[in-house]
Design a protein around this ligand. Sequence first.
Ligand SMILES: [Zn+2]
Length: 186
Amino acid sequence: MKSSHGKCSLYLQPAQPLYTATPVSTFISALQQTGLIAKRIESQHDSNAFFSGDKYLDYIAYMGCAPAIQFEASAHNDDFCFIKIHQYPTAELIHSQKQARAPHCPACNKAVKNWQHTKTSTSILCQHCNTTSAIETFNWRKMAGYGRLFIEITDIFPKEALPQPLLLYKLAQITGTDWLYFYSCR
Ligand SMILES: [Zn+2]
């Protein structure tokens, strides 16, 4: 099953695509206080990777039969659930390589299948209605996000787990902006 889906993650991002956490260390400390994340994973190449915190399962609800969640790496398994904080110098589009969905144009609501050919760093031209719109105004159907700050929770297949309203509320409290979520598979 994993091979057909690829490696998938759940992402959370501020609704404002240009929002940044300054400094990001303050944001990370606030996330640690909520119990979403615990200590930094020193063995990871990416230094902004964290173990899940003791309140993790209050914030992320697994649907149906919950998988065996590996919260800590063992010698024989580095394929475990952890949380990465990404912050980019400019807004980036994170979109699913597998299970991709065409985004829907905000002007005509049609699926724009060839969007990768008409995309710039900030906008996409819809060839159905010949309208150019900002990337974040397209409906990515929860399979992509455009922004500078992301929380990535690894090893979650699309719709396998949902962020709870409590988490979205806490993130809004910390940052003063609403939060969205999506899934992406590599
Ligand atoms: Zn259109």
